[in-house]
Design a protein around this ligand. Structure first.
Ligand code: ME8
Length: 549
């Protein structure tokens, strides 16, 4: 069987493309927000694979730290039991959402403990850590230390008022910590980091996050407490086992662990895969990924990642204040992915969040808008094109697609014009994470094909035996447009695209590159057609749950 583009060639690797999601805390079930980062990374990973990159897509779980230990205690479990019990919820959701990760890391895995301990040895040897005492404020839900200045700024006169200060970010109560600690010499990296930002203007996107981070660095960096002694749910230091690694220091290293850091047998893999091309993160964790992480890597003598994409938050309306606020597990306002999957199906879910919610900014989500996007793009434009075209093929060509006539590929047509050049436009937008614009490029072809049915009128041609050849050309062109659109839509809606390719008698497994796939005229035709059920049945008002706006 031919591949999706009819060619028999394999892919031409363009080199390694290593992409990561944040590793999620196991303190509660995954929600729409965590799924959002994961699908953003998945769409890029699928695009890169099809574009000929040797792609490695990593996701996983952040299992240490006080927050996770507290959740375990609240459930009467040991931290390890609690973590183990939470793993299936994440794995099952990623499977259902068609997440194509190549590895799933857990920070309690032995490979990670080894890698973190190796990192400690390297930092000690290179002189970037020292022992001291830490006294200050800590936010357990955010697992973040705050300086007295930050705390005073967010909590006016809290001492005089006799109040416990709240976290400057999430507004939940802080705890006072006073303990012996190892410190990372972050203060030494102010200049190297500023130089790195000056030399790599695209290191952190969007620009608003970059500006925030750069001005934070310009404001001066303090050494960072990176071990804890008042609780033990973490990775012990190899040279001071009373100390466990601060959860963020531990978690960031996961990106190295997964590609073989510190494992002499994986030295080649590590050299090939590191540095990562893209870290996907939410805007809440840019300081960790764009200040502490590059400084840690510089301290260890390792190159920094090429690119960090910091997306905005999915917002839900607070019933008391009426304002949009970040959806989060700790705030208890998270929408279960199941609710959206029940409404849109997995394909509709992926399409809506990737195409309609801009990645740089915060996005208020609503069930009304979900239904609108689904109906317009997937039901009316894409689903309708496929079903009308396949029905006509089945009717006019005896259950088959028309065979490609000898000049069909060269014959001028609006669809041919539209399809040519689609690759460059689409790939540029995809590589920039402008998924909405990339999908719009494909939808232009889909709309053009729907118009073509109206203008070329295959249903009229079918009535005139003298127009048989023209009918074959029109229908072949429509199926060819469908083949190309299905391949380009596949990073967003992989199952539905595979199904469309199958229904037109092509290999649902796309084995060519996108560039090859977009070549007009490769579809040979004369393949069995399967009409099948509607791919995207229309939604009506009565199906919508309460609005999440
Ligand atoms: O921060 N909208 O884990 P986490 C969009 N373990 N994205 C959201 C979101 C929302 N409302 N809420 C969460 C951690 N996210 C650390 C990461 S990485 C070395 C360690 C996404 O479970 C967003 O990407 O709190 C955010 O950065 C991530 O989930 C945090 O997940």
């Amino acid at each position: 069987m031919a591949c999706g583009c009819g060619c028999s060639e394999g892919k031409t690797p363009k080199g390694s493309y290593f992409i990561t999601t944040p590793i999620y805390y196991v303190n509660a079930q995954p929600h729409l927000g965590t799924a959002y980062s994961t699908v953003v990374a998945d769409v890029q990973a699928r695009f890169r694979r099809l574009d000929g990159y040797d792609t490695f897509f990593l996701t996983g779980l952040d299992e240490h730290g006080q927050k996770v230990a507290d959740s375990a205690a609240a459930h009467d479990m040991t931290p390890q039991e609690w973590c183990d019990s939470m793993v299936p919820a994440f794995k099952e959701l990623w499977q259902e959402l068609e997440i194509s990760n190549d590895d799933f890391i857990r920070t309690t895995q032995e490979r990670h403990e080894r890698s973190v301990q190796h990192f400690w040895e390297v930092l000690k040897e290179r002189g970037y850590i020292y022992k001291g005492n830490y006294e200050g404020w800590y936010c357990v839900p955010d697992e973040t230390f705050f300086t007295e200045t930050d705390v005073r700024h967010a909590n006016e006169d809290y001492e005089e008022k006799g109040e416990t200060p709240v976290c400057p970010d999430c507004r939940r109560p802080l705890v006072r910590i006073s303990e012996q600690s190892w410190f990372f010499k972050l203060s030494e990296f102010q200049e190297p980091l500023l130089k790195m930002y000056a030399n790599n203007p695209n290191f952190l996107e969007p620009e608003i996050r970059r500006n925030e981070v750069v001005s934070f660095i310009e404001g001066g960096l303090k050494d960072l407490s990176v071990t804890r002694t008042t609780f033990d749910w973490g990775i012990p230091l190899p040279f001071d086992t009373d100390h466990v690694t601060y959860v963020w220091f531990d978690a960031l290293i996961n990106y190295l662990t997964a590609v073989g850091y510190g494992d002499p047998e994986a030295a080649d893999t590590f050299a090939y895969r590191w540095p990562a091309q893209t870290h996907i993160v939410g805007k809440d964790i840019t300081r960790f990924h764009c200040v502490i992480w590059p400084a840690m890597l510089m301290a260890a003598g390792l190159p920094v990642p090429e690119h960090v994409l910091a997306h905005g938050f999915l917002l839900v309306k607070n019933p008391v204040t009426g304002k949009g606020e970040k959806m989060s597990k700790s705030r208890g306002n998270a929408i279960a992915p199941r609710e959206v999957i029940n409404l849109l199906g997995v394909e509709g879910y992926r399409y809506y969040f990737m195409v309609d919610v801009a990645h740089g900014t915060d996005g208020a989500i609503s069930f009304d808008r979900m239904a609108q996007v689904y109906n317009t793009d997937l039901a009316n434009r894409w689903g309708n094109l496929v079903s009308r075209t396949l029905n006509m093929c089945a009717k006019y060509f005896d259950g088959k697609t028309p065979a490609r006539g000898c000049d069909f590929a060269q014959r001028p047509s609006v669809l041919r014009d539209r399809a040519q050049g689609i690759y460059e436009r689409y790939a540029t937008q995809m590589a920039n994470f402008s998924y909405g614009d990339a999908a719009a490029v494909v939808m232009e072809l889909v709309s053009e094909a729907n118009n073509y049915i109206e203008t070329a009128k295959p249903f009229s041609l079918a009535k005139d035996p003298e127009k048989a050849e023209e009918l074959a050309f029109v229908m072949w062109s429509l199926v060819e447009a469908i083949r190309i659109a299905a391949i380009f839509l596949s990073p967003f809606i992989p199952q539905a695209s595979a199904e469309v390719l199958r229904r037109i008698g092509e290999n649902p497994q796309i084995t060519c590159t996108l560039e090859e796939a977009s070549e007009w005229g490769l579809f040979g035709g004369d393949t069995p057609v399967e009409k099948g059920e509607a791919l995207f049945p229309r939604l009506d008002e009565s199906m919508l749950p309460h609005t999440a706006e």
